[in-house]
Design a protein around this ligand. Structure first.
Ligand code: IPE
Ligand code: IPE
Ligand code: MG
Length: 245
């Protein structure tokens, strides 16, 4: 029997079906240690492996990780290059590992501007893992919520123009079916470490009724214990979705 901060007891923490994480604070973690920002990205990438494995172990069915936003291109060429190299390292490793795991990997974001070798790896991993029945891992690379919704609008408008869709048929389900996470449940819990209290263009359509957890710890140090704390707090909340309970 776990005891929560407001003294309400809950027999067993409820594991959210879908957890999304904004992996923020790599640069500050490094800077505070007198290290280059890129050292923080390296440590952050390792932590992604730890946390994704842990979430799979405890039964999270869908996870989404924000790794690179459509706004992150504003950074220096050097920093972007290191981040892209880290993606490549991880993807190569994942390709080997995906033979052994049951997780399904999905890349969300606009991959058209990424290096072809990176895109080839992404396509390959998605293909290799597409029939896997374990947790779905969405990796957001060059992802922006506004970009995602804009692209969905364009696709839908084109169908209207082609005469295959009536504007009256446009509803929330149709929009959900035209975004990267089509067919997946919305995130139950969105976690952002690093002490920032904002979404930074992450999952803005999908987060309409998500619960939030903000933590001051930087992403490279965000531990499984910190995650447990977030889940315990989540377990103790009452989600009403506009209704009355
Ligand atoms: C998140 O950490 C990683 C990316 C955005 C790619 P940051 O690099 O934003 O780290 P801070 O926020 O500057 O500490
Ligand atoms: C959000 O973090 C994007 C990722 C973690 C990938 P940022 O560091 O880019 O967000 P802002 O600039 O602080 O809002
Ligand atoms: Mg940041």
């Amino acid at each position: 029997m776990a005891i929560f901060k407001n003294n309400i007891t809950h027999p067993e923490p409820v594991v959210p079906q879908h957890i999304a994480i904004i992996m923020d604070g790599n640069g500050r973690w490094a800077k505070r240690r007198g290290l280059p920002r890129t050292a923080g990205h390296k440590k952050g990438a390792n932590n992604f492996r730890t946390i994704a494995d842990y979430m799979n172990k405890i039964g999270v069915k869908y996870m989404t990780f924000y790794a690179f936003s459509t706004e992150n291109w504003k950074r220096s060429k050097e920093e972007i290059e290191i981040i892209m190299d880290l993606f490549k390292d991880y993807l190569e490793e994942a390709l080997d590992r995906f033979e052994e795991t049951d997780m399904r990997m999905v890349f969300i974001g606009d991959r058209s501007v990424l290096k072809p070798e990176l895109v080839a790896l992404m396509d390959k991993i998605e293909a290799v893992s597409k029939d896997h029945k374990g947790a779905v891992v969405n990796m957001a690379i060059n992802y922006g919520g506004r970009q995602e919704i804009t692209a969905a609008c364009k696709r839908i408008a084109q169908k209207v123009k082609d005469g295959v869709l009536d504007p009256d048929e446009i509803d929330e389900d149709l929009i959900s079916a035209n975004i990267f996470t089509a067919g997946q449940p919305d995130p139950d819990l969105i976690i952002r470490p690093s002490g920032e209290f904002r979404l930074s263009n992450f999952l803005i359509w999908q987060s309409a009724y998500s619960e939030f957890w903000f933590d001051n710890v930087m992403w490279p140090e965000f531990s499984t214990k910190d995650l447990d704390r977030a889940i315990r707090d989540y377990s103790n909340r009452q989600r009403r979705f506009g209704g009355v309970k």
